[in-house]
Design a protein around this ligand. Structure first.
Ligand code: AHR
Length: 530
């Protein structure tokens, strides 16, 4: 039976001890394997927003920056390491303003337009369908296309699917061949709109459901390709949206999305990525962890209406959303990425693992230069690139992809923000009691039979020793890596690219089937146990 988390409250003001007194007891139930962790949980999201596409993924064939057919070489190689399973494109809000025919054919004939969602930047359409789908093939990942419901037509969307996936002698397949691509691409994931409740058309769930039915009717499965149709789902706590969609189109969609962002203030400043106090730190982590409650509630609705678990819940936008970095272009959502962001990544991934039976995909927002990105490329054109702390979490967590989830019991103290901060938040849109457990962990049995165990200690000042009983597993050896830094606000930049980087971790002992791990404050440890 899963133990509940201890509710030993620590007032921050008096949480000054450097080391918790007793070892915490934990159990990894290797004998009670759960579901396979969908590798799509490690999905990425790329939008025509700021420098995510232009300057991030794509620099063009003629660029001084080393590239492979126009794709930034260093970024491409770094993404290869992450084994990206799925990449979402072209938005986001941009998707419902995007007309795919603008992005095909000779580049010098493609129209330049204003990106109305993101800062009015000129979009020259040099990165379009071919550039995106070829990139997915090179990365070996599934493409996830977001279709335009908000300002597009049924015909336009139907023709896009035909253009990408028809291998027959059909008009759109002929056009594709004329543009240099003989074979149809494989496209599995197709989103019918994005944020239909907001930038995707400001619809009601009832109206959107009817739109979904209409658009969906004309999206054909061409020979050899079967679309996984995704409904534009809820934002955060909008359970009614999920309820209506499940009632009206639950039998027509294979997945429904959910968007959930972490920041320290909605509707005003969202908080700095690198300058925050202890209260803001713990509160943000509590807010991030609240995603578990949110998933549980959406899942409960889905479980009732779809007990067979046919429809997947896809968290296709998640991550931190901080204030834009001072001096950067407004509307480009360029933010730094600190060790705190790495915690948000690790804690969220742990939650997704736990609900993998329903959570079939998650796409962190976004892959390069936008929001909680994996990679930052310089904005000055010097050709530098930096891997963020979040990148390192995704890299350290790669063994979880397709591994089998193992239930785990772990007790943790709960850290709470100061009363003064709680009071300050009162009445704000994002007010709420957000407990933050000091420890969290996730375990899985990998495809080679070993156990991968990730442990996070978010405490600012307390190390903790944990005894992990490995039930049903005869452990012989282990190895590990740690991600930590002196300060939770530490980050990597072009001058100092390795401030937050993984290092070897040795502070563990194996005795019989108990692995005792001493996990320092402010750290993420990932162990491989054989
Ligand atoms: O990821 C940035 C934006 O956040 C997306 O375009 C939109 O879908 C969401 O509101």
């Amino acid at each position: 039976m899963r133990k509940t988390i201890l509710s030993a409250f620590i007032a921050l003001a008096c949480a000054a001890t450097a080391m918790a007194a007793d070892n915490v007891k934990a159990t990894v139930h290797a004998d009670k394997a759960g579901a396979k962790i969908n590798r799509e949980i490690y999905g990425q999201f790329s939008e025509h927003l700021g420098t995510c596409i232009y300057g991030g993924l794509w620099v063009g064939e003629g660029s001084q920056i080393p590239n492979i057919n126009g794709y930034r070489k260093d970024v491409f190689e770094a993404l290869k390491v992450l084994k990206v399973p799925v990449l979402r494109w072209p938005g986001g809000c941009f998707a419902d303003d995007y007309h795919w025919m603008d992005g095909i054919g000779p580049k010098n004939q493609r129209p330049s337009l204003r990106n109305n969602n993101w800062g009015g930047t000129i979009e020259d359409n040099s990165f379009g369908t071919h550039e995106f789908l070829n990139l997915c093939e090179m990365l070996g990942c599934e493409p996830y296309i977001s279709g335009n419901v908000g300002s597009g037509t049924v015909k336009e969307m139907a023709q896009w699917v035909e253009y990408m996936t028809s291998d027959g002698d059909t008009p759109m397949a002929r056009l594709r061949r004329q543009n240099g691509r003989e074979k149809a691409w494989h496209v599995k994931y197709f989103g019918i709109g994005n944020e239909a409740w907001g930038c995707g058309g400001n619809m009601t769930p009832e109206y959107y459901s009817d739109e979904f039915r209409k658009f969906n009717t004309y999206l054909r499965d061409y020979t050899g390709n079967k679309l996984y149709r995704i409904g534009s789902g809820a934002s955060d706590y909008d359970y009614k949206w999920t309820e209506v969609l499940m009632d009206r189109i639950g039998n027509r969609m294979q997945g429904v999305s959910l968007h959930y962002y972490t920041c320290t203030g909605w509707g005003g400043p969202k908080g700095s990525a690198t300058k925050f106090d202890n209260d803001q730190y713990y509160w943000a982590l509590g807010k991030c962890l609240e995603i578990e409650e949110v998933i549980k509630k959406h899942k409960a609705i889905m479980d009732k209406k779809d007990p067979e678990g046919r429809v997947g819940l896809l968290v296709d936008e998640w991550g931190t959303w901080w204030d834009e970095e001072p001096g950067t272009i407004s509307g480009h959502l360029y933010q730094q990425n600190a060790l705190r962001d790495a915690f948000v990544a690790a804690l969220s991934l742990n939650v997704f693992h736990k609900y993998t039976e329903r959570v079939k995909m998650a796409n962190i927002a976004q892959v390069v230069n936008v929001l909680q990105s994996m990679i930052l490329t310089d904005q000055e054109g010097t050709g530098h690139m930096v891997l963020t702390p979040t990148y390192h979490v995704f890299e350290m967590y790669t063994p979880f992809q397709e591994a089998t989830y193992l239930p785990l019991d772990l007790e943790s103290e709960i850290i709470q923000v100061s009363k003064a901060y709680f009071k300050e938040k009162e009445g704000a849109r994002d007010a709420g009691y957000r407990p933050c457990p000091m420890l969290s962990a996730s375990a899985a049995k990998t495809t080679d039979g070993s156990i991968v165990l990730a442990v996070t200690n978010v405490s600012l000042d307390k190390a903790q020793t944990i005894d992990f009983a490995l039930e049903g597993f005869a452990a012989k050896t282990f190895s590990g890596r740690i991600l930590t830094s002196e300060n939770v606000a530490d980050f990597n930049d072009f001058q100092h690219p390795n401030v937050v980087a993984p290092a070897e971790f040795k502070d563990a002992k194996l005795k019989k089937d108990v692995l005792t791990v001493k996990i320092p404050a402010k750290s993420i440890v990932v162990l491989n146990i054989k």
